[in-house]
Design a protein around this ligand. Sequence first.
Ligand code: GL4
Length: 825
Amino acid sequence: RYGPMTTPTHPLALAPVTAPPATVDGFVKEFLRELNTGQGVALSRSTVNDQYLALARTVRHYLMARWLETTRHQRETKEKAVGYLSAEYLLGRQLGNALLATDLGEIAEKAMAACGLDLVTLRAQEVEPGLGNGGLGRLAACFVDSLATMSIPCIGYGIRYEYGIFKQTFVDGRQVEQPDTWLSLGEPWGFPHPEAAVQVDFGGYTETYRDGDVERTRWVPSWNVLGLPYNYMVPGYQNGRVNTLRLWSAQATKAFDLAIFNAGDYAEAVRAQTFAENITKVLYPEDSTPQGKELRLQQQYFFVACSIRDFINQVMEPGFDLHDLPERVTFQLNDTHPVIAVPELMRILVDEHKWEWDEAWDVTKRCFAYTCHTLLPEALEVWPVDLLGRLLPRHLEIIYQINDAFLAEVRERFPNDELRARSMSIVTDYPDRSVRMAYLATVAGMKVNGVAALHSQLLADKVLPAFSEYWPEKFTNVTNGVTPRRFLRLANPWLSQLITDALGVGWVTDLDRLAELEPYAQDEDFRKAFREAKQTNKERLYALLRARDGIELSGDHLLDVMVKRLHEYKRQTLKILHIVSLYEQIIHERVDPTTITPRTVVFGAKAAPGYRLAKEIIYLINKVGETVNTDPRVAGRLQIAFPANYNVTLAEKLIPAADLSEQISLAGMEASGTGNMKFALNGALTIGTDDGANVEIRQLVGDDNFFGFGMTEPEVAALGASGYQPGSYYESNPQLKAAIDLIASGAFSGGDRNAFEPVVSNLLYHDRFMALADFASYVDAQAAVEAAYADQEAWSKMAILNVARTGFFSSDRSMRDYLSRIWRA
Ligand code: GL4
């Protein structure tokens, strides 16, 4: 495929690849070479973008020897690898992380200064690859970081979307989406390998044929595209290891039709090309609420077909026996998006390699494991049989056959229980004939895991009860984690320095060692230094928001932060009701304003472009912010900031500055959350419900260091069963009524009483996520926050204990759990 192997004779070509010298001079030399011969400009004539690109390529050089060595080592040892299959990777900026991994931060800073440049400015030039929606995509990025840092072989497979998650802007308080043109200024991190392109087929029909005395099936597809791999480095933290992330880009097999072009129809001549390239054009912007669109199924099949083909043909050595595949890889299915990989592997083994069905199934089911990331019924992907049959007719047949064999097994084990068999069928007839991808993943996967203790329990008990009864040993939990490299060491250098001064640097790869900070909570000097670090982070944030968004924040306030996707279940409305209530009490002089803890509330949230109510909630937040921020009656007491386009880059500045972390989803709705972990690790206290990983955070930090409120999941279930009536909470709680009435009065909309009608009537008459039921409890918890914040020494103790007790939430620990419970199980 790559042509004949070369036989080098020159001694330099025989020597192993080495990194440039890790000195300021070595770095400058490398940088100038990149700028001059790579970028093609003289320093004196270069733009910031030239300089950034040259710098990124310079740092790449330092990683290259490690990358080649990792690949060589992997080929040699044939160690079992993880094939992480994920439609999303929300990577964040790469340069800072690469500098940290190579420990070149200081050298790079000095080298840039020697060239008259500022490293911080160059780093700010990088556009983050936003190839994910939110928590699920960011989790994948944390996991590949941890695997590299722990020297565990892993290839991350995914999609190189030309446009990532949209850029959010606000126009008159309303969200307006702009395309995310992350590639437009050049992208120095991806290594395209067009020579290793893979063909992916679609459409057509299947037919049977005789092969000796066996009857076989073959797929006769009607169209195809090429998948071009782009390799990205995934550097481990200062350990000499660089794993690979391979993202696929779609291209037409035939660029254009010259005959049609010559006949004058340009659009028609390039139609095939445009069509093919559409597959990886843009990330679907729905988080937790997928739309069953044909293009999305194309994306899913496209990337898993490329990835499985790549793993078998390129990663494995020639002549490798596919029977050994389960000993060489576990394909971890990041939610249901890549589940079509299951029938794809079956198709390869049965149709292409002509294996017996049972033999193929035995290998396939030992190759996959499935992670579920949700509890919302609308987030469980279901594909109409019509659509599957049109796009992937052979895969549909294979799914039917998997289902038939599985149901036969169920019927044998539970004779005369047809209801049970139907409830477990991968193919359902209601409301339309379709394939339940979570069921397929559960049947095929050797393990099924949820992402926090509560979630895994609810997954087994409520989402897949028949399956957990059938295969109790298949079900397990791995609580999510976050990488301490990016979200503590890089994002919070001041706190990191404090920790390192106390413990040495080992904590960066051994986060349990944060427990040793516990005694420092009692140390007055440490507490003072901790508060200073927080203050520095706040000032850094305020400076950024001023420059980035023109937002002016001031004052020594409690910084209260709610950042996450905009979704009803996450209950940004509950937060806004609390703010409006505070405001209402001050302007109507129900409280003495001097007794209120000054508070700055920061929101960050994107709404899926088609999610009407979520966009109305954004509008409400912006309008309340406008009014509150310009009302002299609350000046110095309450301010609201909603910077647009919350992303990983902004998170890295916001989280370290926060005092209070808002994790207020309705219990039983947030699978885990990962922002909650990042805040706690950075010394913010959580106000939160008993939901997702909040439960574990609260257990670990202790009730005294956590502001818990709201119904528990069983209470939510009971209230739902008894017939929830939000109006009764409105009628019986004067504080809640006053807040809602103020919104409905036009006070935030220049007198327009209809401006927020969709939000208000939804709360009063529907309120699917029971914000009104938890309002009173939330307000009480916020009062407890204010009381606690008044005693700064006590608050600092609590905050330090949060840091000391949340080392568990390192994604390194998640990886250890995946290893012992799933990949090596
Ligand atoms: C999510 C969950 O909503 C979130 O709670 C979880 O932390 C994350 C990673 O496991 O996965 N599921 C979907 S869908 N989007 C998410 O962010």
